[in-house]
Design a protein around this ligand. Structure first.
Ligand code: GLC
Length: 481
C-alpha cells in the first residue's frame, strides 16, 4: 500500500510535543510492514534547513494558489534516511524559513498551514506520487481532505484520507473572510468549514475525511461530550460512525533503558532494582537534591500547560511537601504562572524540590529512569506518551483516569499485584493526593509489591507494532469503501 503521512511536525527534524514523536515512529512502523511504501511530508522549517545533518535534494518547484496569492513551493527530499520512510519537506522561506520562534503561534498560522496542506497535494500530483491513503494530523493539515474533495479529486481519483485528532483543543479557528481570501473553495464548502460564523479547519476535516481517528479508545468516547470536545461535540457525534481510537505506542528502540545513551546506568526488567538505584542517585546529584535512596522521588516531565493538571499539583504541593518525606522533580517549560510557581516552590523547599524550567531530552530520559513515581494528573489527555516512557523505565505512574491514561494505566491494587499504576477518577486535588498517598504507602510499606508493579510496567508491549496494524486495518477498510 502507498501511504503518505502529512504533519506539521515530526521528530527528529521538528518537534513541539507528542505529535512529533508519533510522526517519527508511526511512519517507520508502517514501513516495516511488507508491501508498504511510506512517505512523510513536513514543512521545511528554518532549523531543519540550517541543520547539516539533514541534507536534501530539490525535486520540484511550483506555485501554490491561495486566493489571489501565488506562493513559491520547493519540494525537498531528505537524503540518508534508512528505515524505508521517504521524507519530503515543503520549502517556502516566507511561511517556514524566516520564522525563528516556535513552530506555531504566528498571526498567519491559518494561511501558513493552508499553504502547507495545498502544497502537499500539489507536490504529490506533480511528482506523480499518488498514494492509496493519505493520513493527516491535527488542524494544521486538516484542510487536506477538504481541498482534495473540492479541487483535487481528478488527480487523486481513488485516494482515501484519514484525519487523526491528537488534541481537539487546537482546532484552527480563522476569521470568516479567510474562506474567500485564502481558501477560495467552492461556495458549498462554506458550511463545511463554518462554525459559529468563523472558519474551523478541524471541523472541515471531521466532515470530509473518509475516516477519523484519535489517539486512544477512551478519548474517542470522551470526544462525544462537550467537556472534552471544545465545541465540536455535535460535529463528532455526526461523525461517530467513522471515528475510531487507536492508542499510540512509543518508540521502544529509542526508549530502552538497556541501551539509552543518556543514562548513567543501564537496566532491564530483571536488573532494574540496582540499575534504577544507580540512576536515582546520579539524578539526585544532577538536579541538586540530597542523595537519599530511601526517599521516594516524584517526577514529572511535561509542557507546563493547564490541561496537564498542574493546577491540581499546585493545590496539593505544600500539603504534600509538609506532610510527606518525598522529593519532587519537575522538568518542562510553558505557562509563566507554572514556571514561577515551581521555581518558588524550589526556593521554599530547596531540599525537597527541583524545578528544571528547560527542554532537555537527555535529562528527561534520566528522569524516567531515576524517578520512583511519575505524576500525570492531566485534566484531559488524548493519549499521553510519557506515562508509557515512565513505565518502560520502571517508574510507577499516578494518573487521572482519562483518555489514553485510562487505556494505558490500569489501576493497581494496594498490594501491587494488579494493574500498572495508581489512578483517580474525578478531577480534583484531594483525589489526586489520595492516589499518590496510596502509591507512597505501597512504596514504603511493601517494597516487593512496589517492585512487582514496576516489573509489570517494564514488561508491557508499548511498541508501535499493534497500533500500526490497527492503522493498516482502517486503511484497508477505507480502500474497500
Ligand atoms: C497530543 C496529545 C497527547 C498525545 C500526542 C500524540 O500532544 O495532547 O495526549 O499523546 O498528541 O498523539
Amino acid at each position: 500500500m502507498k501511504i503518505t503521512l502529512l504533519a506539521s511536525e515530526g521528530a527528529p527534524y521538528a518537534k513541539s510535543g507528542g505529535l512529533g514523536d508519533v510522526m517519527e515512529a508511526l511512519p517507520a512502523a508502517l514501513a516495516r510492514i511488507p508491501g508498504n511504501q511510506v512517505n512523510l511530508i513536513l514543512p521545511y522549517y528554518k532549523k531543519i534547513k540550517e541543520n547539516d545533518r539533514y541534507p536534501t535534494e530539490l525535486v520540484a518547484q511550483f506555485q501554490v494558489g491561495l486566493g489571489w496569492r501565488r506562493q513559491y513551493a520547493g519540494l525537498m527530499k531528505l537524503q540518508g534516511r534508512t528505515d524505508g520512510v521517504t521524507v519530503y519537506f515543503i520549502d517556502n522561506a516566507y511561511y517556514f524559513g524566516a520564522r525563528p520562534g516556535a513552530l506555531y503561534g504566528d498571526i498567519d498560522d491559518g494561511e501558513r498551514f493552508a499553504f502547507f496542506s495545498k502544497a502537499c497535494l500539489d507536490a504529490m500530483a506533480i511528482i506523480g506520487e499518488i498514494p492509496d491513503v493519505i493520513q493527516c494530523n491535527d488542524w494544521q493539515t486538516a484542510l487536506v481532505p477538504t481541498f482534495l474533495a473540492a479541487q483535487y479529486r481528478p488527480m487523486f481519483p481513488n485516494t482515501k484520507v484519514m484525519f487523526t485528532i491528537h488534541n481537539i483543543e487546537y482546532q484552527g479557528w480563522c476569521n470568516a473572510d479567510f474562506f474567500d481570501d485564502v481558501l477560495e473553495l467552492p461556495w458549498e464548502y462554506r458550511t463545511t468549514l463554518d462554525m459559529n460564523g468563523a472558519v474551523n479547519l478541524m471541523k472541515g476535516a471531521i466532515e470530509t475525511a473518509d475516516l477519523v481517528t484519535t489517539v486512544s479508545k477512551t478519548y474517542a468516547k470522551e470526544l462525544m461530550y462537550p467537556y472534552y470536545a471544545h465545541g465540536l461535540d455535535s460535529v463528532i457525534a455526526n461523525a461517530a460512525w467513522k471515528l475510531t481510537g487507536i492508542t499510540n505506542g512509543i518508540d521502544v528502540g529509542t526508549f530502552n533503558p538497556e541501551t539509552d545513551p543518556a543514562l548513567p546506568a543501564h537496566f532491564n526488567a530483571n536488573s532494574f532494582i540496582s540499575g534504577k538505584a544507580a540512576c536515582k542517585a546520579a539524578l539526585q546529584r544532577e538536579v541538586g537534591l540530597p542523595e537519599k535512596p530511601e526517599v521516594p522521588l516524584l517526577v514529572m516531565v511535561t509542557r507546563l500547560a493547564g490541561h496537564k493538571g498542574l493546577d491540581l499539583l499546585c493545590y496539593i504541593a505544600r500539603r504534600l511537601l509538609w506532610e510527606q518525606e518525598v522529593q519532587l522533580l519537575i522538568l518542562g517549560t510553558g505557562e509563566a504562572q507554572y514556571e514561577n510557581f515551581f521555581q518558588g516552590l524550589q526556593a521554599e523547599f530547596p531540599d525537597k524540590v527541583a524545578a528544571k524550567i528547560t527542554f532537555d531530552l537527555g535529562l528527561a530520559a534520566r528522569i524516567y529512569a531515576g524517578g520512583d513515581i511519575y505524576l500525570m494528573p492531566s485534566k484531559s489527555e488524548p493519549c499521553g506518551l510519557s506515562q508509557m516512557n515512565a513505565m518502560r523505565y520502571g517508574t510507577v505512574p499516578v494518573v487521572h483516569a482519562t483518555g489514553g491514561l485510562q487505556d494505558t494505566v490500569p489501576p493497581a491494587d494496594d498490594k501491587g499485584q494488579q494493574g500498572l499504576g495508581f489512578t483517580f477518577q474525578s478531577y480534583n486535588g484531594d483525589d489526586f493526593l489520595g492516589a499518590l498517598v496510596r502509591c507512597l504507602t505501597l512504596y514504603r510499606n511493601n517494597p516487593n509489591g512496589f517492585h512487582d508493579l514496576q516489573h509489570r510496567g517494564m514488561c508491557q508491549d508499548f511498541s508501535w507494532d499493534k497500533p500500526a496494524s490497527a492503522y493498516m486495518a482502517l486503511f484497508q477498510q477505507m480502500l474497500a469503501q
